[in-house]
Design a protein around this ligand. Structure first.
Ligand code: BG6
Length: 475
């Protein structure tokens, strides 16, 4: 172990997303997005899954994204704190609807462009490299209502225009780009993943894979545009990662795990290898899916990504007969509970070795540089009387996962960097809570939208500062 070290230029940092942090949901000319109509509380799941006829803002619901942690107004203070920790990279996303409020305009919103120019310049001021996701779960709502979101091929053109604007306006400020956050989540949470709502009786799988095809073509197309605009641009795909383990060594369980892995890796197979995988034909036939493609799509798909990024929170488990009573749903991907590992309060398995397994699997399969762009423990924090927050459980989780990354580097996997999730507390994507915290920085805000929004350094803040300063030696 001791002779393995992180590369000298390893990118240590942290990650957030516009929709979970910025707030200011109608300021600066921003339009509404899918996330802005996902309420906290009992109706949340039905909306996220696309199981409602229409979406909108109801008087009697609370929408956590509307103010979130007010990063839009406080980003200077927040970036200064990240710089104090020694961040070398900061992952955030651009809210599509700040640049094109409706999504289908032909000219962009200058105020939105200015906001991100200022934000990325602020990062650069401290020598922090921005790592920017173009779409992190927030499709402009007008595109959902008017076009049916990604079920419609027109989305490719809208996304190309948006991405081209970003690559042009932020040229020189941003070099690392991700196209779609956790692209495979579209299968598991279709509205929050891709703005999909379903009609009574339609084949949902057909809709999802048609939408997936449009996203995959759009992703490959903007990868080409990014390289044309600046050959130094590095574009990555982004997988909600974590392998499925077979629940037992029964061959049927092993096969079930392989199929469940393929469901997720299907997307990366296309984005990293440039073509539909061989198993897709049978998978589509079994699900009675016919994906409409246009002449030229296959050629566009050959524009593969420069690196493969992924989130890792937990491993998963599958068997031939998934027993509903024994499942959990980390990252909305349904899994059997694994009796060999512990879980967080929210039931997400804690499995550092699973990270080493995931990294090795991805490198064996793609031979591209990898970037772990989300990882972390969602936990409840208690602020002591003196303002101290002793989040040793978070430090323990992260320490073990950093050790696993180190092992994977020793195994030969080229890892570009590490951006643990929610480096500053933010709204949880699954539940809409603030109580489920990931940060090194505490934000005084509760589940109902109360609190001062003041920021506090947690114990893990000082710990991570040392980790970065020692390039992962002092854990
Ligand atoms: C990933 C998402 O699914 O997991 C993030 O990319 C999300 O947006 C993160 O916040 C953690 O999930 P949660 O539900 O705990 O916020």
């Amino acid at each position: 172990m001791s002779d393995i070290s992180f590369p000298a230029d390893f990118l240590w940092g942290g990650a957030i997303a516009a929709n979970q942090a910025e707030g200011a949901y109608l300021e600066g000319g921003k339009g509404l997005t899918t996330v802005d109509v996902i309420p906290h509380g009992k109706h949340r799941m039905a909306v996220k899954l696309g199981l409602v006829d229409k979406v909108g803002i109801a008087e009697d619901e609370y929408y956590p994204s509307h103010q979130a942690i007010d990063f839009y107004h406080r980003y200077k203070e927040d970036i200064a704190l990240l710089a104090e920790m020694g961040f070398k990279v900061f992952r955030t996303s651009i809210a599509w609807s700040r640049i094109y409020p409706n999504g289908d305009e032909t000219t962009p919103n200058q105020e939105g462009i200015r906001f991100y120019q200022d934000l990325f310049s602020e990062c650069k001021k401290y020598g922090i490299e921005p790592l920017v996701t173009l779409c992190h779960f927030d499709v402009p709502l007008h595109l959902v209502n008017q076009y049916g979101s990604w079920r419609n091929r027109k989305m490719i053109g809208f996304f190309e225009r948006y991405a081209r604007t970003c690559f042009t306006e932020f040229n020189g400020l941003v070099k690392y780009w991700l196209t779609f956050n956790e692209i495979n989540i579209l299968l598991h949470s279709p509205f929050s993943g891709a703005g999909l709502l379903f009609k009574e009786g339609e084949n949902k799988e057909q809709v999802k894979y048609q939408a997936a095809h449009h996203e995959l073509v759009a992703s490959a197309s903007v990868t080409r545009i990014a390289h044309e605009i600046n050959p130094a641009n590095q574009v990555g795909c982004m997988l909600a990662g974590g392998n499925f383990y077979p629940y037992s060594c029964k061959p049927e369980d092993v096969w079930a795990a392989l199929e469940k892995d393929r469901e997720n890796l299907f997307f990366i197979d296309v984005q990293a290898r440039g073509a539909y995988p061989a198993y897709a034909a049978r998978m589509f036939a079994d699900k009675q899916i016919v994906v409409q493609m246009e002449a030229g799509d296959r050629e566009i798909l050959t524009n593969t990504v420069d690196f493969v990024s992924f989130s890792y929170y937990a491993s998963r488990c599958a068997s031939a007969d998934m027993n509903e009573g024994n499942t959990s749903a980390a990252n909305v991907v349904k899994s059997l509970k694994n009796p060999w590992i512990n879980a967080s309060e929210w039931g997400w398995g804690i499995d550092p070795l699973g990270l080493r397994i995931a990294i090795n699997t991805l490198y064996d399969r793609y031979q591209k540089p990898l970037f772990l762009v989300e990882n972390g423990l969602g936990a409840r924090d208690v602020v002591g009387e003196d303002g101290d927050i002793a989040d040793d459980y978070r430090i323990d989780y992260l320490r073990e996962h950093i050790k696993a990354m180190k092992q994977a580097i020793g195994d030969g996997a080229p890892l570009l960097g590490y951006t643990p999730w929610g480096c500053i507390d933010l709204v949880a994507a699954s539940t809409g809570e603030m109580a489920k915290r990931y940060g090194f920085i505490y934000v005084d805000r509760d589940d109902a939208g109360g609190g001062t929004l003041n920021r506090l350094r947690k114990k893990s803040f000082y710990w991570y500062q040392k980790v970065i300063a020692s390039n992962g030696e002092q854990l």
